[in-house]
Design a protein around this ligand. Sequence first.
Ligand SMILES: C[S@@+](CC[C@H](N)C(=O)[O-])C[C@H]1O[C@@H](n2cnc3c(N)ncnc32)[C@H](O)[C@@H]1O
Length: 270
Amino acid sequence: MIYDHGNMVSFQGLKRGMSTGEIPMSSDGCGEGLYEMDKEQQTFFQKVSDDYGDFIKARASKEELRRRIEPRMGGRVLDIGNGGIRDFFSPMTQQYIGLDFSLSMLRKGNQGVEKVCGDALALPFKKEIFDTLFYRSMLHHLARKKVNETEVRVKQALVEGYHLLEEKGNIMVVEPCISQGLEKIERVCYFLIKIFCRIIHQPEVLLFSAKRLRKMLKDSGYGQISEESIPPRGGNRWHLVSPVIGLPRLKVPFGLLPVRQVVVEAKKHD
Ligand SMILES: C[S@@+](CC[C@H](N)C(=O)[O-])C[C@H]1O[C@@H](n2cnc3c(N)ncnc32)[C@H](O)[C@@H]1O
């Protein structure tokens, strides 16, 4: 399903048989029965889509991220788990496609994105047509009940993307990363995270260390992997941010959170 501000639009890069208007649509999300969807995540993002714009207003490091991301964005960009949001405008970019499995998120987002409703684990595009793949604050939402199942899903998503990249293409992953030490504790205490998420009616999330992200990219076939930490907005560690989507009113000084924004970039080949 391609959806662009209420209108169906056509896009040559869609897989054969997947064209506009043909795919049955549920009330939120796309292609019911067509892709393996995570209904709980979809329903959650449907619920938060009204407030998501406000949630990300206070987000740290937008300018710093732009400086790093925009020069590395290629001609045709696929933003996976896009949420209808476009924050990056590189003069090199000719086409910016945002894919998300929540129609509500796509509908409530902003302009300048060609919106495609689909699943990150079964991308509905032809092979080798994108110059840049972009995943921002998305991979940790692929969490499952078990840590190793989550990693399998993340790698599955990254391999899906790999097939769509041009030979010289690059991938950029922006994630809130934790230290390796904290990651060990998180994995042991994952059951507590799941309980907390249940209490606040949010599906579980699993944060990764930058090292883990690099490893998952390597295991998924990517090469030339590099990482960069993004400093907080204007270098101000006391800038208030919302750390949990399910609790949008909770604001915490960025410097007190045990996470850092990291951009991990890789190329299709070494
Ligand atoms: C935290 S939001 C990030 C949105 C946007 N990338 C940003 O940085 O603001 C995560 C997004 O990923 C989407 N998402 C989660 N799992 C997905 C999947 N399997 N396929 C497609 N989109 C997914 C959600 O619907 C949601 O819009």
